[in-house]
Write a protein that binds this ligand. Structure first.
Ligand code: HEC
Ligand code: HEC
Length: 217
């Protein structure tokens, strides 16, 4: 194909990808635009070949410890990849994988996964202890409501903020591991250590309840 045909094909593909992005109920066009960011989803689809074996073709992984990326904010995905590259966040596989891509590739891959339908849980998000903590926090222990940052049903806060990740509908085992890591300090890359403070006093039973609730949303 000539370059012009190539560009046309890429443009068409991007348009199809965008058109097929189902809005999460109540998500505005501005919010979707911010979710996807400035990258090129079509280029990102190609660039993400080596990620798809683990994270899935459309960002839905089958392994419970590998996070879904479908409909996650591009800004958040990009930040995590840069954090893996710099060592601010560490994980044996991802520290290595992140170093195989350039910053331009990383932005396109983030846009590709962000342009997919938002991850959805199994619909069983009915754990009352988890729901209460998510909606109300625990003022006595300085735990703010998770919802105030992660949004209704944990589906995020765009168009206001696109670096608070989608956590509703994420895999339970992955969420559990992250909350344990925030609590122990093994993961410490959140702005002003906010997630370390949030998770500091969570008990194992509360983490279990929260992840039960969140993975069902
Ligand atoms: C061999 C499997 C594997 C491959 C290949 C892989 N990943 Fe991952 N990825 C993981 C695992 C496991 C985690 C969870 C890390 C943790 O527990 O901290 C992860 C985490 C992530 C996260 C953090 C998500 C979040 O919610 O914070 C991003 C972003 C990510 N991967 C992107 C990529 C991209 C982009 C590629 C391709 C360049 C890629 N991964 C390739 C296994 C993989
Ligand atoms: C003040 C805002 C704020 C509050 C309140 C908050 N979070 Fe977060 N959370 C964040 C931010 C910001 C990040 C992303 C950190 C980063 O950039 O790595 C995050 C990340 C996470 C992650 C990791 C997601 C992933 O894909 O790796 C989990 C899990 C999480 N939060 C759960 C919770 C739970 C459960 C609560 C309530 C008990 C909560 N958060 C309350 C701001 C908040």
């Amino acid at each position: 194909m000539t370059n012009i045909q190539n560009n046309f094909a890429a443009g068409l593909l991007a348009a199809i990808l965008l058109a097929s992005t189902a809005a999460y109920a109540g998500e505005s066009a501005d919010a979707i635009k911010q979710r996807i960011g400035n990258g090129d989803p079509a280029a990102g689809m190609t660039g993400s070949q080596l990620c798809q074996g683990c994270h899935g073709e459309v960002g839905l992984s089958v392994e419970d410890l590998i996070p879904n990326l479908a409909g996650q904010y591009a800004d958040y995905i990009a930040k995590q990849l840069r954090n893996f590259q710099s060592g601010a966040r560490t994980h044996q596989i991802m520290s290595a994988m992140s170093k195989t891509i350039s910053d331009a590739e990383l932005i396109d891959i983030a846009a590709y996964y962000a342009s997919q339908n938002k991850m959805q849980g199994n619909g069983k998000g009915d754990n009352p202890v988890g729901k209460n903590l998510f909606l109300n926090g625990d003022a006595g222990r300085n735990i703010p409501p998770c919802m105030s940052c992660h949004g209704v049903n944990g589906k995020g806060q765009a168009p206001n903020i696109a670096t608070y990740p989608v956590i509703g509908g994420q895999h339970k085992a992955y969420l559990r591991a992250q909350l344990q890591h925030w609590r122990s300090g093994e993961r410490s890359n959140s702005p002003d250590g906010v997630m370390n403070k949030v998770a500091k006093t969570l008990t194992d039973a509360e983490i279990e309840a929260l992840t039960d609730y969140l993975s069902g949303l």
